[in-house]
Design a protein around this ligand. Structure first.
Ligand code: SF4
Length: 148
């Protein structure tokens, strides 16, 4: 069984690199018009779940804990555990993973092409490697791994 690194031993520079990737992504001149329909946050409806590297999962889990929560809620309708059902708000918006920042629905202009962001994906993969991650995992699994 793979041993997990205690959170206190995680190099903060690695999590800063994840945030730097998010900032660099925001600078890309790729136009999308998200209307926050939150369709993409309903994995059961779209049949697609974001996959997260370990660095992304740690950043998202930290944002989740900052809301005063620890465990993930069970979502019977198959939506993202970070989605507030009533308001459609993302509880971890500032810490949301790369997939949520690059995968847009058709109405918003569609997902980014991989070639447009491949350099950023490589940087996230490098962080994953440094953190001894298991490669990209489906969002609920990736988050459970770092919360447990
Ligand atoms: S993390 Fe936020 S933006 Fe991403 S799928 Fe979940 S609720 Fe939606």
């Amino acid at each position: 069984m793979k041993r997990r690194t205690p959170h206190s031993l995680i190099d903060p520079a690695l999590l800063e690199e994840v945030k730097a990737v998010y900032r660099d992504l925001a600078q890309r001149p790729i136009n999308r018009g998200c209307e926050r329909r939150t369709e993409c946050c309903h994995f059961k409806i779209t049949g697609e779940t974001p996959y997260l590297t370990k660095g992304e999962a740690l950043v998202a889990a930290k944002a989740w804990k900052a809301t005063g929560r620890s465990k993930l809620p069970e979502k019977k309708k198959g939506s993202c555990p970070f989605l507030e059902e009533g308001s459609g708000k993302c509880f971890i918006y500032e810490g949301r993973p790369f997939g949520c920042r690059t995968h847009f629905c058709k109405a918003a202009g569609g997902p980014y092409a991989r070639r447009e962001v491949i350099d950023l994906i490589r940087r996230l993969e490098a962080v994953d490697l440094a953190l001894k991650g298991e490669g990209p995992l489906a969002l609920p699994t990736a988050i459970q791994r770092v919360l447990s």
